[in-house]
Design a protein around this ligand. Structure first.
Ligand code: HEC
Ligand code: HEC
Length: 454
């Protein structure tokens, strides 16, 4: 599966399309034309936290880690300048099946982590892209990396920041926070899974038979079974690496919430469970009939499901994220921790600028109607950005009381801003048909742009 790297084309990246008044991937001029950072996705993975599922709330460290996870400033070089953060790839802590960089990806959802683009020092001159894993349930999934090379989550995360993405050495606090956040990301609940990973509820005949096959020893090697490696009581992993005929030793991936994790295997070679099951059937000569294979697939779908694993992007979810992020300031400001507070304000600033862009400007011809409502929503969102700038200025000058007062004013503005956004929702990119139309127009223009630069 290994091939020489295709030369990265240094095409001119169009950031803006003035004719339509829309901008694509602001600041991504360092990545080749055809890059897809997943901005066009309407649905987003649902984020569930262990602390909240347990009836509690996210700690300061978890929130600060979530903030850092969403900040391109944590990374360095091309990633930072292109606006890429941990969350660009691990969307809401899950995966991204859209992510694509020409020359680095062989398909959407994978990319080469050892290429010269993000850190020339890691380049191994081989195109060996890896799929972006979901971090749901990460606390149960050591060792880390597809090859399971690192047992410590902290070491893995530091390596991602410093070596993979040329970021500056993170402070111990930021690193601890990132780890606390990743450690708190939960699987979305699957009502079909009972104690010990047993299938419960209305189990169909197919699923029941699939479960049996999953637990049955392989005919040519009775020491092996699907369940021997994917142990149902252990989140369907065994914390070990195996050669399953995919080109090396890789860790057993979890099958929980795996319905949302395609493409499958370390390099994303398979699109579906059907293909995975065919692979095991061939490689281990399991002699499964077409019906057995369908039953096993039905079982995988049942255990790999999750309640609302993806949800439509909407105003309340975005606002909850901003509100959660801002709570970190209630600790950082009284503690006079300027570094942490500035990171939070900077990330919030980015979130609000992104939210502003959800309400297209009048000159964007892909959206008609709701001009007044859109303008009001934009003005309101921009006022949030300005309020945050005041907080930032106070923090930079070391005036923590002023920063606290500024945070108060930011919060006072929030309800009116949310109301303006809700009013304008049906003419915004929070409207699915409009969203799809907008991104389709942008895609067309990018293709025209690509032709022009050839
Ligand atoms: C450009 C996309 C991208 C970005 C940005 C990114 N990751 Fe990843 N992440 C990946 C890929 C691909 C892998 C698999 C790497 C491997 O196996 O070596 C991975 C693996 C991981 C894993 C291991 C998961 C497991 O179960 O083995 C963790 C934890 C992780 N990333 C956290 C982070 C954090 C924290 C950040 C930000 C500091 C980040 N990632 C930024 C793509 C990305
Ligand atoms: C010897 C241990 C072992 C056995 C036995 C095994 N698996 Fe796996 N499984 C793995 C490993 C390792 C991978 C990852 C391979 C890779 O990344 O290249 C994997 C990957 C998968 C995936 C893809 C998950 C993802 O997110 O990429 C599915 C689905 C799966 N196995 C189901 C099964 C089924 C069904 C069986 C029985 C027919 C089975 N496995 C038997 C170790 C095992």
């Amino acid at each position: 599966m290994r091939a020489g790297r295709a030369a990265l084309s240094c095409a001119v990246w169009l950031t803006c399309l003035p004719s339509l008044g829309i901008c694509a991937l602001p600041g991504s001029s360092l990545l080749p034309l055809g890059t897809d950072l997943g901005d066009g996705a309407f649905d987003r993975p649902r984020e569930v936290f262990r602390s909240e599922s347990a009836g509690g709330h996210k700690s300061y460290m978890v929130v600060l880690g979530d903030v850092a996870f969403s900040s391109p400033k944590l990374l360095g070089g091309v990633a930072r300048q292109s606006g890429i953060s941990c969350g660009t790839c691990h969307v809401n802590g899950a995966s991204s099946s859209l992510f694509y960089i020409p020359g680095l990806s062989t398909r959407h959802g994978n990319f080469d982590t050892t290429s010269p683009v993000f850190n020339p020092k890691t380049d191994d001159s081989v195109l060996d892209p890896l799929t972006i894993p979901s971090l749901r349930g990460a606390h149960l999934l050591a060792p880390y990396g597809h090859d399971g090379r690192t047992s410590s989550l902290r070491d893995f995360v530091r390596n991602v920041v410093v070596n993979e993405f040329s970021g500056p050495e993170p402070s111990p606090q930021v690193l601890d926070a990132l780890v606390a956040y990743v450690d708190d990301i939960d699987f979305v609940p699957n009502p079909r899974l009972g104690a010990g990973g047993r299938l419960v509820g209305e189990v169909s005949r197919q699923e029941r038979h699939g479960e049996k096959l999953f637990n049955r020893p392989f005919p040519h090697d009775p020491t092996l079974s699907c369940a021997g490696c994917h142990q149902p009581a252990e989140a369907f992993v065994d914390h070990r690496q195996h050669d399953v005929g995919s080109g090396g030793l890789f860790k057993t991936p979890t099958l929980r919430n795996a319905n949302f994790n395609a493409p499958y295997f370390h390099d994303g070679r398979f699109d579906s469970y059907e293909q995975v099951v065919d692979h095991f059937n061939r490689t281990f000569e399991l002699g499964l009939s077409a019906r057995d294979r369908a039953d096993l697939t039905a079982y995988l779908k049942a255990i790999g499901g999750g309640d609302r694993g993806v949800t439509a992007d909407d105003v309340p979810t975005r606002i909850k994220e901003c509100t959660d992020f801002a709570t970190a300031l209630d600790t950082a400001i009284p503690q006079r921790d300027a570094a942490a507070a500035i990171l939070v304000v900077d990330t919030l600033d980015r979130e609000w600028r992104e939210l502003t862009e959800k309400f297209p400007e009048p000159k964007d011809t892909t959206v008609t109607g709701g001009l007044e409502q859109r303008a009001k929503a934009r003005v309101a969102a921009k006022a949030m950005v300005l309020a945050l700038r005041e907080v930032a200025r106070a923090l930079e000058e070391g005036h923590f009381d002023e920063a606290a007062a500024g945070l108060g004013r930011y919060r006072e503005r929030l309800p009116a801003t949310v109301a303006a956004m809700e009013e304008a929702k049906s003419w915004s990119l929070f409207d699915r048909p409009l969203h799809d139309k907008h991104f389709a127009a942008m895609q067309t223009l990018l293709e025209v742009g690509a032709l022009k630069t050839q």
